[in-house]
Unconditional design. Structure first.
Length: 120
């Protein structure tokens, strides 16, 4: 039970960890969270896609191309996995910059507002 729980815990932290690792820690964990959620949804989609189509791909590629066909099918799956992780990691810095700009704009608007007015 302990090993299964440890592996499951690492699997849940993979999207957030990969964001931090791929970006060399340049963004905070809070900024990496939306990209990590996107990665988790993408990985769940890939899991569902794989459970439906991967077996058929492996059979088709092996009939058409032999042993190298199986390698091609698995390589395509790895390419999809990599694309999901890299796309989500590339969206996190954009989100961080946008959030920082929005925070600065709100702070400057609050400072420039007259004392008697309220924004809401």
């Amino acid at each position: 039970m302990g090993a299964d729980t440890a592996v499951a815990g690492r699997g849940r932290r993979l999207p957030v960890w990969s964001q931090s690792f791929l970006l060399h820690g340049r963004i905070s964990w809070q900024d990496a969270l939306p990209g990590a959620l996107l990665a988790a949804v993408g990985l769940l989609g890939l899991l569902a896609f794989s459970s439906i189509f991967l077996t058929e791909w492996l059979n088709w590629y092996s009939k058409s191309y032999g042993g190298i066909g199986i390698v091609m099918a698995i390589f395509f799956w790895i390419a999809l996995l990599t694309a999901i992780l890299l796309a989500s990691a590339s969206l996190s810095p954009a989100y961080a910059v946008r959030r920082e700009a929005r925070t600065k704009a709100q702070a400057s608007a609050a400072q420039s507002a007259p004392a008697g007015t309220q924004h809401g």
